[in-house]
Design a binder for this molecule. Sequence first.
Ligand code: NAD
Length: 260
Amino acid sequence: MNLTNKVALITGAGSGIGRQIALTYSESGAAVGVADLNIDTAGQTAKDIIKAGGQAIPLTVDVTDEQQVEQGTQELVNEFGKIDILLSNAGIQHIDPIISLDYSDWRKVVAVHLDGAFLTSRAAMRHMIDLKTGGCILLMGSVHSKLASPLKAPYVSAKHGLLGLCRSIAKEGAEHNIHSNVICPGFVKTPLVEKQIPQQARELNISEEEVVKNIMLKDTVDGEFTTTQDVADTALFLAAFPNKALTGQSIIVSHGWAME
Ligand code: NAD
């Protein structure tokens, strides 16, 4: 599971899962482009990597902005010479029942997850093909790529859509030695989840403790949250996997919350 001499671009790497993947990839030898909407948090992750002896650059990238995605990817290639791994991870959540969901909120969530994954994958694939390096494209799905929960229609829809994008990349990328997979985590206690606990409690008229116990962790095999490190270890395994035997797949890492 060695990423020595590899160059990785990770979006949403200023916080939560993306940050942990950036640190883990760096510990395994990769140079990392730490991309985020929030340049302060991206800068902090990059600083922490460099302080620990790794190589990283912070990149200001809103994944829904075509120009910023192109520029950020080019900056990474200018700095480190290539891009071997993309982890399209940036994400947001929105809690609302369908009948009171604003169209603008629907579009915002779908744009970050699905448009963002398309724009970053396209930019990475172009460099991988031009430079004849091949590469690995990982998309951050969710257990909600496989099943639905109430109040999360745009998130569930976008996360399902990532399976289609991944399979398309796997088919079109194969001749260029590009493989693609989706990681599907269960609930991980990051700011994205912390925020939805009180929101769900309000919408469902139950306590915050009940949201955690009866919704988030009820179906796990051990009553545990998935950790950022659980997800980072899965991302490392997939990035280090040497060939296209594993492509077009989706792997659930959820302490058994979802099984298939
Ligand atoms: P987080 O809120 O801790 O981090 C998300 C990061 O994405 C933030 O740094 C934020 O600034 C960045 N971001 C948001 N919009 C962006 C944009 N337009 N362009 C660039 N960056 C942007 O959340 P997290 O829990 O670490 O989530 C990371 C990914 O993991 C998301 O795709 C999320 O859907 C997925 N996921 C999370 C969980 C969970 O339980 N936390 C479960 C399954 C999947």
